[in-house]
Ligand binder design. Structure first.
Ligand code: LLP
Length: 437
């Protein structure tokens, strides 16, 4: 398998016309039918990644929950596919939670996150028996008030700061001490003290997430070791049994040939084996093992299709290729200097002979999606495709410059269907209120 196979959706093919085909559907036909920019999600890749997680974990560990990190890409239709594959979900807002409800997700398969949850969010979680990941002591205090008012118990995990440095972009690193997420050890001890005397609290265990787009397995080994230490402390000092350990998400994916993430199976083998062996060694009953993958479920499944517009050469400097989207449908190049692999959907059999810089149509000089990449000779109207846009593209899209957000379509078995409709100008104007003089 060469690297392009690991970057493009697994159903990718090239037809006799030299067109990219995804899920059995010609991408040029998709663009003509639904317009561009267009997010396309490949059903076969989605199912394969879900199965790699479900089977990879349950084959190695007795009690597991794969809670998809909804922040990576969420819609009701997409979640229905993941739910069919047995996944649960990690949510961080009312919007994500109601999407989970709309997709019929059972409360025991939901993990509710957030470092500054509102009282309304806490009420929702307690009312529907949803597992809450408590971020800080203030939240624990708020929760005790909510439980008293509702006369119900809360089911909680404590989010800990493992103090582990993962080698990834600083914006997407979360487990280190200087992070806004989670509790340090002194706060954890205070929380455990409170919990040990709180009849309103069903203590489930601990959560730790070390960051995102991670290529090494060692930090995960350290995370398990850290969790084991806290499980022993909770048991020996506070008499609290840890029933669930949530090790977050973060496994990286290939955006370009320079990336080298471990296989899902190696990552899961490491988590399951080290948790199992360490628990056995320390006489701890095996907790439920929860993981929260986002990017590694949806990243490779997605591509974005753009139409080529103006080509503007700056002699001796670079040739700009303008596309009909940009920073509002993909924030990641601007925010994290992220790089992607690009192809021309209607010229898949042509050689990459021309160096282009792909820029969007937003009013910002930084609205550049790719710098100096090689593509076949492009003409106006060609369909330009960026691979690996399934994660953190649609979910981070904005209406900057009052552009409409693109549609999301799912392809598989030779068919396509809309998961999210394209916005119209009326949608963009929908919330305006004004008075005429
Ligand atoms: N669990 C928690 C608590 C998280 O904060 C995250 C991601 C995940 C799970 C899922 O991580 P994943 O498996 O997707 O790496 N916008 C950034 C990524 C931000 C990640 C935020 N948290 C990007 O585009 O790279």
């Amino acid at each position: 398998m060469n690297n392009l196979d690991q970057i493009s959706p697994v159903s990718s093919e090239v037809n006799a016309d030299g067109h990219l085909v995804l899920g059995g559907v010609d991408v040029c036909a998709l663009a003509a039918e639904y317009g561009t920019p267009l997010y396309v999600m490949d059903l076969q890749t989605l199912r394969a990644r879900c199965q790699a997680y479900q089977e990879g974990l349950s084959a190695r560990y007795p009690d597991v929950l794969v809670a998809y990190a909804g922040k990576a890409h969420l819609s009701t239709g997409l979640l229905l596919v993941l739910a069919q594959e047995g996944l649960g979900i990690d949510v961080v807002s009312e919007g994500e939670l109601y999407t989970a409800f709309q997709a019929g997700m059972a409360p025991e398969k939901i993990v509710f996150h957030g470092n500054n949850k509102s009282i309304a969010e806490l009420v929702l979680a307690v009312k529907y028996d949803i597992r809450l990941v408590v971020d800080n002591l203030h939240e624990l205090e708020n929760l005790s008030g909510v439980c008293a008012k509702l006369g119900k118990n809360a089911r909680i995990l404590l989010r800990l700061k493992p103090g582990i440095e993962a080698h990834t972009h600083s914006y997407i690193r979360t487990g280190q001490v200087d992070s806004k997420f989670g509790m340090d050890l002194p706060d954890m001890c205070k929380a455990l003290e409170t919990i040990s005397q709180a009849p309103w609290c069903d203590f489930l265990g601990f959560h730790g997430h070390i960051g995102s787009q991670i290529f090494q397995l060692e930090p995960y080994q350290d995370l398990v070791a850290f969790m084991i230490d806290q499980m022993i402390l909770a048991r020996d000092v506070y008499g609290l049994l840890v029933k669930e350990v949530d090790l977050g998400g973060g496994l990286g994916v290939l955006y370009t040939e320079a990336d080298s993430p471990p296989a899902i199976s190696s990552y899961l083998r490491l988590l399951a084996t080290s948790l199992k062996t360490s628990c056995e060694a320390k006489n701890l009953p095996l907790p439920k093992l929860i993981v929260e993958p986002g990017r590694s479920i949806v990243g490779q499944a997605g591509v974005t299709v753009y139409t080529a517009g103006t080509i503007k050469p700056i002699p001796g400097i670079r040739d700009y290729l303008f596309v009909d989207g940009g920073m509002a449908d993909n924030m990641r190049p601007l925010l994290y200097q992220a790089e992607y692999t690009w192809v021309v959907a209607n010229r898949m059999l042509e050689q990459p002979v021309h160096t282009y810089t792909i820029a969007g149509k937003f009013c910002e000089s930084g609205d550049v999606l790719a710098k100096d990449i090689n593509l076949p000779e492009v003409s106006v109207g060609d369909y330009i495709v960026s691979y690996t846009t399934g994660a953190y593209n649609y979910s981070m899209a904005s209406n900057y410059n009052r552009f409409c957000r693109p549609a999301v379509v799912l392809v598989g078995d030779g068919q396509s269907r809309v998961l999210v409709k394209r916005e119209t100008v009326l949608d963009v104007l929908r919330f305006d209120e004004w008075e005429t003089a």
